[in-house]
Design a protein. Structure first.
Length: 150
């Protein structure tokens, strides 16, 4: 019964609010890069479209089909990503992974809001869904940068 109560606590009001109000939903008409990521264990998917200008994210959209935790992560990423460099996005992804898997520090600004997902560290089967948006955004930012320099 304790495990069930812990899971209920995990889906806090704040997580559900974030999941219900995901910014930058949809797709871009002409993105610099588009990447779809899937969490094999649960089937959650996130497709990220983004464009880069002067080394920073200038436009971003996401199509999110994930559990509430994946949606909450996407919400926080969507709210923070504009103006970020590919390096900042990769650092946030790495920090989020470390926070979930190794009780690492909170991801750096502007992604510090991901701290709200720290209680999910105990639920390894949820990690992939939580990481989808930053995994996809990291790959898309890298692709968009490569395209501009090619």
């Amino acid at each position: 019964m304790s495990g069930e109560n812990d899971l209920i606590k995990l889906y806090s009001g704040q997580i559900l609010e974030l999941a219900a109000d995901i910014p930058r939903l949809g797709r871009l008409d002409a993105p610099g890069a588009s990447v779809k990521k899937r969490a094999p264990l649960c089937g959650s998917t996130v497709t990220v479209d983004l464009s880069m200008q002067d080394g920073k994210v200038s436009d971003y959209a996401q199509d999110v089909k994930a559990c509430a935790l994946g949606q909450a992560a996407a919400s926080l990423v969507g709210a923070a990503i504009l103006g970020c460099s590919a390096e900042q996005i990769a650092s946030a992804r790495d920090a989020l992974r470390a926070m979930l898997k190794e009780d690492g520090p909170t991801p750096p600004a502007p992604f510090e809001g991901l701290e709200v997902l720290r209680p999910a560290a105990a639920y390894k089967n949820r990690h992939a869904s939580i990481l989808l948006s930053l995994d996809a955004a990291t790959e898309a930012a890298s692709q968009a940068e490569e395209t501009k320099t090619a």
